[in-house]
Design a protein around this ligand. Structure first.
Ligand SMILES: Cc1cc2ncn([C@H]3O[C@H](COP(=O)(O)O)[C@@H](O)[C@H]3O)c2cc1C
Ligand SMILES: O=C(O)c1cccnc1
Length: 358
């Protein structure tokens, strides 16, 4: 499994600078004032760099949802019962959960993976790649062993690779796992050193008493496990989650094939922190779809150096924000391909001498 991770990291290159400058040059000639399509232009240049062509196209889109359970729910850190992680799975497959509806809405394939759900899963349509039946309670000990973390990363790499083989040219990440905002906060604190007051939020909308308990639990998980921020795998194994590890693999596996990765909210952000820790170059392949209402997401994105596309007050996870942002990514590609330049349109050029140039 370590080999799979090492291979994926080794394959992740830099952005294609030549494709980026050609895309930028075309954007500057298109029938519009310079830079007037704003962030769509930035996105277009990034996509050109990721996909290695000045005219990138998105053909097939998929959302990968990794599901896993968390021993730390025994501490009373979520307003939702643990069984929901299991019970919601058929609604993913049938398309009646939040991401079920939104993935269908944007025309993306939905891939649901059990990488660590507590109960045995046998719903047809769910890919069962269970590494273990839920993590250990991070308030008392490690979430999982290093080997299990590597195995779950391997599952993610394999799933992403398979989706790319089937034709995916844009992959969105999603999470399902009751309790998973707690390990995500622990990961954020471990990497940034931020105090739990800054990294712990309300998750499924817990009240003040639970929020306070959650802060103590995260602080305790760090004190008990002493994750080493210079060793991302150590952080993941000690205070992470199985679905978070799976998502680390999806991110690395997609980037290894030069496929852009849309992050969702707080949990996929925690996975991104680990992935970037393991392979800093992967950052350039990431697109932050939205700013979650989970308060600490802003710290996460700042640490990752990513600017969210949407600010929609979402706090569901499942990949819902990432799915909603897919049409923006497609729009950025279409601008490059389908818009005409001033000269192609035979339209009078702008007054160069009157333009503000940086
Ligand atoms: C019905 C339901 C559907 C969800 N879909 C995603 N989450 C989200 O909420 C959970 C994280 O919040 P916490 O750490 O407070 O438990 C995760 O399952 C996450 O995916 C859901 C939560 C619920 C209740
Ligand atoms: O930002 C998220 O992804 C999120 C926030 C709260 C609960 N579940 C997910």
């Amino acid at each position: 499994m370590e080999k799979l991770l090492a291979e994926a990291c080794a394959r992740i290159g830099d952005l294609d600078k030549e494709a980026m400058s050609r895309a930028q040059a075309r954007l500057d000639q298109l029938l519009k004032p310079p830079g007037s399509l704003g962030r769509l232009e930035e996105l277009a240049v990034q996509l050109a760099g990721i996909m290695g062509t000045p005219a990138p196209t998105i053909k097939d889109k998929c959302v990968v949802v990794m599901a896993g359970d968390h021993g730390v729910v025994a501490e009373g850190v979520s307003a939702a019962p643990q069984e929901i992680t299991y019970q919601i799975l058929p609604h993913f497959v049938r398309g009646t959960s939040g991401i079920g509806v939104l993935a269908r809405h944007v025309g993306a394939r939905l891939v649901v993976v059990d990488v660590g759900v507590a109960r045995p899963v046998s719903f047809s349509g769910v890919l069962v790649r269970k590494v273990r039946a839920g993590t250990g309670n991070i308030a008392r000990g490690p979430a999982m062993s290093r080997e299990e973390a590597l195995q779950a990363i391997g599952v993610g790499i394999e799933v992403a690779t398979e989706e790319v083989r089937k034709g995916a040219s844009l992959i969105a990440t999603g999470d399902m796992g009751i309790g998973n905002t707690t390990p995500s906060s622990a990961i954020l604190s471990a990497f940034t050193g931020l105090p739990v007051e800054e990294t712990v939020g309300r998750g499924t909308l817990v009240n003040d008493a639970v929020l306070e308990r959650k802060r103590k639990v995260v602080a305790q998980s760090l004190a008990v496990n002493r994750p080493d921020p210079s060793d991302p795998l150590d952080v993941l194994a000690k205070v992470g989650g199985l679905e978070i590890a799976g998502l680390v693999g999806v991110i690395l596996g997609a980037a290894a094939h030069r496929v852009p990765v849309l992050l969702d909210g707080f949990i996929t952000g925690a996975a991104a922190l680990v992935a970037v820790g393991l392979c800093p170059r992967v950052r350039q392949f990431l697109i932050a779809s939205h700013l979650s209402q989970e308060k600490a997401h802003q710290h996460m994105l700042r640490h990752l150096g990513l600017k969210p596309l949407l600010d929609f007050d979402l706090r569901l996870g499942e990949g819902t924000g990432a799915a909603l942002a897919m049409p923006l990514v497609e729009a950025a590609c279409k601008i490059l391909k389908e818009m005409v330049t001033f000269s192609e349109a035979q339209v009078a050029a702008m007054h160069e001498d009157m333009l503000l140039r940086p």
